[in-house]
Each structure stands twice: as C-alpha cells, then as structure tokens.
Unconditional design. Structure first.
Length: 274
C-alpha cells in the first residue's frame, strides 16, 4: 500500500501556518496526499497553500479558525465534510508566553486547555470512526517535553501536553489493531518561528532570524515523524530528548519537578532555585 493510499486522499493539519505544521503539510503533499491547512491567520495559510501547490501536485484547502473557540471542532468538521480525511495531524497549541500561572488571566489557561485538549479529542472522535471503517488512516498528535513533568512558567501548557501524550498512547492502544496508526510525537526545543520570537523578546537572540541554541531543526523533526508514523504509540524527537527521557526514568517525580524548575530558571536566565 502506498503512503497516499494508506493516509489519503486528504490530510487535515492543524497548526499549519508555519514551523513544524507547515513543514508537515508539505511533507504530506510531497507524498501524494492533499492537505487541508488549518490555523487562525488566513493570509499566512494562503502563502503556505501557494508554496505547496507550486512544489507538488497536491490539492490544498485553507480553513481559518481559532482553535480556542468553543465551537472550533464543529466548524472544522463542517469545513471538511465533503472530503475524505485519511490523516489527522494536530500540532497547534504552542505557548507564546512562558509566564507564571498567576501572571496570566485564567482565560489564557482555559484557552490553552480548549486548544490543546478538547479540540484534538473532539477531532479524533469525529474523524477516527471513518478511518476504522476503512481499515486505514493515521493520527499524529504533537506533544512536548514540557508534558513529561510539571515545571514553572508552563503550568497549563505542560499539563495539556501531558494529556496529549497519554491520550495518543491510549488511542493507539484502541486503534492500532484496526489499521489506524496513532503517534504521539514528543518534541523538545525546536527551531520554530514562535521560539525565535520568544527568545528574541527575552534578549536571548540578537534577531528573530537567529537559530536558538540547542534547538532541533524543523526538517529533522519532520524526517523523524514520517519515519516513525507507523511505529506508535510514542516517539521522542531528537537524540537529546531521548537521552533526557532515559535519564528521567531513574528519578522520582519530586526530583523530576525540581529538575524542570531548574531548567525553567536557566531558560529565563535566572539563578537555579534551591
């Protein structure tokens, strides 16, 4: 079975406006799968769609929706009702703030949970039954090393990514014997536009065009994602994250939280907490 016959004819990529999402959408198109590009900004989606159509023979469709909206999943389902979605890729939901929980209004955390937990769960429940009926398909849910243990400045984000990881693992346990590949793709520090902007705003980068220190290239993330798409339930991206995960296995939960607190302090340029 070819890639396109397994995961096509259409894929839905949430968070497709730039970075990893846009690159994943291009990778799908290069493999013969048409792509529905989903994000908030219509203008940026149009540029991604134009690039994909100029470089591949795949069709594209853009859907501009804020995934923090309570009705976001229903709106996505309506916008894709006339195409067969064989692959769902959910990589929306980065945290642009990296601030203490109490420094943001509660609405910010609620929006994070809506975007990172509720919507991917709702979309999986909507699209997976047809995949099961066809006996083929794929679901990729992007997680984060922030979800491996609690840490400061990413309270709601880390918790939402822990949900994503366990949700993907549990869904894999239910669906992989029915022909549907499910992969929780866990990313560490990745060279995305959002990370560049965040580190530039903190004074850690001289320009938003600079590469953050120790960040994995988007092309490397995408290569590992496609290589391991059928090898769920979970894949840690990058040798550094895999090594860190192995080391974490020897620590208690309390030690892990202290380690995450130290890493957060280092990222903020502050002294390590006691």
């Amino acid at each position: 079975m070819t890639f396109a016959s397994k995961y096509g004819p259409w894929a839905l990529v949430a968070g497709a406006s730039d970075g990893v999402g846009a690159a994943f959408a291009l990778g799908l198109a290069e493999r013969g799968v048409n792509v529905v590009l989903l994000a908030r900004r219509q203008g940026v989606l149009n540029r991604v769609a134009a690039e994909i159509e100029s470089r591949t023979s795949a069709q594209t469709r853009t859907v501009a929706i804020d995934l923090a909206r309570p009705d976001a999943a229903a709106a996505v389902a309506h916008a894709t009702g006339d195409v067969e979605i064989g692959c769902l890729v959910y990589c929306a939901g980065a945290d642009p703030d990296f601030k203490p929980f109490l420094a943001n209004p509660i609405e910010a955390a609620e929006a994070m949970v809506q975007r990172n937990c509720m919507v991917p769960m709702q979309l999986c429940h909507h699209f997976a039954p047809a995949m099961v009926e066809r006996g083929r398909g794929g679901i990729v849910i992007f997680g984060s090393g922030a979800g491996l243990a609690g840490g400061p400045n990413m309270v709601a984000y880390g918790a939402s990514k822990a949900f994503d990881m366990v949700f993907a693992e549990a869904l894999w346990a239910e669906l992989h014997d029915q022909g549907v590949d499910v992969l929780g793709l866990i990313l560490g520090k990745t060279d995305t536009p959002a990370l560049r902007q965040l580190e530039h705003s903190r004074g850690q980068l001289g320009s938003p065009d600079d590469v953050p220190s120790g960040a994995t290239a988007v092309d490397d993330v995408i290569a590992e994602a496609f290589e391991n798409l059928a090898h769920g339930p979970t894949w840690m991206v990058g040798a550094d994250l895999r090594a860190a995960t192995q080391m974490m296995g020897s620590l208690t939960r309390n030690q892990l939280v202290r380690l995450m607190a130290q890493a957060s302090a280092a990222a903020m340029g502050a002294d390590h907490p006691e």
